[in-house]
Write a protein of this length. Structure first.
Ligand SMILES: Nc1ncnc2c1ncn2[C@@H]1O[C@H](COP(=O)(O)OP(=O)(O)O)[C@@H](O)[C@H]1O
Ligand SMILES: [Mg+2]
Length: 348
């Protein structure tokens, strides 16, 4: 049997560079070497693509660069899948499928997927358009409004508006009421997200969000448990058993996610049967509406039977202990099998 030639990509320019390294190391640790011939490409924080030639144990944020010296890139060729490796003796390697274990900007936002399309590379996960739309919270919400998906009332403002007319924005916020949430339209890992308790906190929050994106979303506060649904898109669309995050802090911010470890989770989520059916049905509807493929994690707030969409991630945290794989596991799809199925469906 010919092995499937997989190119696993990690790192990248986004704020989630480090998270991506952990996700990729986890994926690589379970991939069956009898089945897959694996090439690994790391992308630096500056955006340079380098072939990773180190051991799995050195694939950490602090040491991977020591084992990555050769620039590597896909060649634009519609019949392609050709990875060019530039070293003392340049080499091209044929790739059957790319697995971008990359989060956020230039990883999960459609840009990388567009590059794969141009280079004739098949890849795991959502396509260019659905990645781009899903990454941009303001755009995703606008589309999902047409599908009657319940969501927080929101307003999108851009850098120019914030700089020129903050008073008008502050006045408009009165109708959303405090507290409210301010977040970059396209970011992740809670970078730049603030809970704003009163008008005097608004401007600093807007400027913080502007550090991650030029467009900022201001949302009404939604009370409720944070419930996530892992969706797997193959021939059909499968929604796993929903899980619930309990931040253990004011909200699920960056510190809670990656520094303090105060968050706990419950799988299955502690919600009513009716709410459970609702979130699963909405998650599938959203996956279809945004034309997703492969995988996505769809996040909601649930209060009693009220279900409100929060956001969708097309390359969610993917370590073996991340919510997406854990929810799949709770529904009978183990981590290694999940990776096999994602690769299979990318090749289909
Ligand atoms: N409208 C909202 N109401 C209540 N909490 C919110 C709201 N929006 C965001 N949050 C809180 O902020 C966290 C991060 O926001 P989110 O939109 O999920 O951004 P990210 O893509 O960075 O994860 C959420 O998990 C939740 O705890
Ligand atoms: Mg989130």
């Amino acid at each position: 049997m010919n092995k499937i030639r997989v190119c696993c990509l990690f790192g990248g320019v986004s704020e989630e560079h480090e998270v991506s390294i952990v996700s990729a190391a986890s994926v690589l640790s379970v991939m069956d070497r009898d089945k897959y011939e694996i090439t690994t490409v790391g992308i630096t924080k500056e955006g340079k693509w380098l072939l990773y030639e180190g051991a799995l144990s050195d694939l950490t944020k602090d040491s991977w660069l020591l084992y990555a010296t050769k620039e590597s890139f896909f060649v634009p060729d519609p019949n392609g899948g050709r990875l060019m490796i530039v070293g003392d003796t340049p080499e091209t390697r044929q790739i059957d499928v790319a697995f971008p274990v990359m989060h956020g900007k230039n990883g999960e936002d459609g840009t990388l997927q567009g590059l794969f399309d141009i280079c004739g590379v098949r890849y795991v996960g959502c396509g260019c358009l659905s990645s781009a739309v899903s990454m941009d919270k303001a755009t995703a919400k606008m589309i999902l409004k047409n599908y009657n998906i319940p969501q927080a009332m929101a307003m999108a403002v851009d850098r120019r508006e914030i700089e020129r007319d903050p008073i008008r924005i502050a006045m408009a916020c009165e109708s959303l009421g405090y507290p409210l949430f301010v977040k970059p339209s396209a970011s992740g890992s809670s970078c730049g997200v603030s809970r704003v308790n009163s008008a005097d906190e608004l401007l600093p929050a807007l400027h913080k969000a502007l550090l991650s994106d030029r467009r900022v979303l201001i949302e009404e506060y939604i009370k409720g448990a944070e419930v996530e649904v892992a969706v797997l898109g193959e021939d059909g669309i499968f929604a796993a058993e929903p899980g619930e995050i309990v931040p253990g802090s004011e909200f699920y911010d960056y510190e809670t996610k990656y520094v303090n470890n105060t968050a706990t989770y419950h799988i299955p989520a502690r919600i009513s049967e009716k709410a459970r059916e609702k979130v699963k049905a909405y998650a599938k509807k959203i996956f279809r509406a945004l034309d997703c493929k492969g995988l996505a994690r769809v996040d909601f707030f649930v209060d009693g039977e009220r279900v409100v969409f929060n956001e969708i991630n097309t390359m969610p945290g993917f370590t073996s202990i991340s919510m997406y794989p854990k929810m799949m596991e709770a529904s009978g799809i183990a981590y290694r099998e999940l990776i096999d199925r994602l690769i299979q469906s990318a090749l289909a």
